[in-house]
Design a protein around this ligand. Structure first.
Ligand code: NAP
Length: 250
């Protein structure tokens, strides 16, 4: 891949400490982008990630905030912009899952999943929208999921938050298009990360057997798509919901 415009862009990726978000951060770094990422507590790990981004060819800025902590998020981003930085891209990737049959879901689980997966992304986008409008040709990528489209047993709450991300993406795309800000949603199927490692082996086998391409995806598969959506190569694509699932939901 070669998207030369990315080397002039600063892009915030949430949840870049591991999994899909980390691969997105390193793929953007390989395109020489300025990668801005949040971290929740571990300074050493954040410094290690910044070093990896720089080694891969990018510039790195680490901001300390949890996406559910509006005060910390606002403080970190206010300081980022006060220092003269700009932002041309946002990847709302941070997310959690707590798989449980509806019968056993606790009200606190619903709170937690909505706070991280949906409200965190909405509050961050809300804060950043004026900065993205100023940037000229900015791109937002929201991490949804195939289960937001097709549902899944034992994922009622997770699927609801991911379906919410789709409505959110489409509304933002319509609202910000006149300012040349694009918004698209990505719907991964089963991708090998710590999130899916937590599934029992039997469940993994059953899921893989239902994937026409016969396997779980890799984080790089998703990162390639996200990088394209952040680049000018996709500059006429907005409001789209793109599945990346090995054919799981054909
Ligand atoms: P992961 O390996 O579990 O990583 C989740 C990331 O989100 C971590 O960096 C984590 O940071 C961060 N995060 C969690 N809660 C946070 C919070 N409150 N504030 C800030 N950051 C927070 O997950 P993944 O598999 O890479 O998934 C990434 C995204 O893709 C998620 O939105 C997920 O729903 C979506 N997705 C994944 C799959 C899949 O098969 N893996 C499929 C469809 C969609 P810490 O290290 O600080 O915990």
């Amino acid at each position: 891949m070669n998207f030369p415009d990315l080397n002039t862009k600063s892009i915030l990726v949430t949840g870049a400490s591991r999994g899909i978000g980390k691969t997105i951060a390193l793929t953007l770094a390989a395109q020489k982008a300025h990668v801005v990422f949040n971290y929740r507590g571990d300074e050493t790990k954040a410094q290690e990630l910044a070093a990896e981004i720089e080694k891969a060819g990018g510039r790195a800025t680490a901001l300390k905030f949890d996406v559910t902590d509006v005060e910390a998020m606002t403080k970190a981003l206010d300081a980022y912009f006060a220092a003269g930085n700009t932002l041309q891209g946002l990847v709302n990737n941070a997310g959690i899952s707590k798989d449980q049959l509806m019968l056993r879901v606790k009200p606190q689980d619903i709170e937690d999943l909505f706070n991280v997966n949906l409200k965190g992304s909405m509050i961050l986008t809300n804060y950043l929208s004026k900065h993205l409008m100023k940037a000229g040709g900015a791109s937002i990528v929201n991490m949804s999921s195939i289960v937001g489209l097709m549902g899944n047993a034992a994922q009622t709450v997770y699927a609801t938050t991911k379906a919410g991300m789709i409505g959110f993406t489409k509304a933002v795309a319509k609202e910000l298009a006149s300012r040349q800000v694009r918004a698209n949603a990505v719907c991964p199927g089963f991708i090998t990360t710590e999130m899916t490692d937590a599934l029992p082996d039997k469940a993994k086998e059953t899921y893989a057997a239902n994937i026409p391409l016969g396997r779980f995806g890799e984080t790089q598969d998703v990162a390639n798509l996200v990088t394209f959506l952040l680049s000018d190569a996709s500059k006429y694509i907005t409001g789209e919901v793109i599945k990346i699932d090995g054919g799981l939901y054909i």
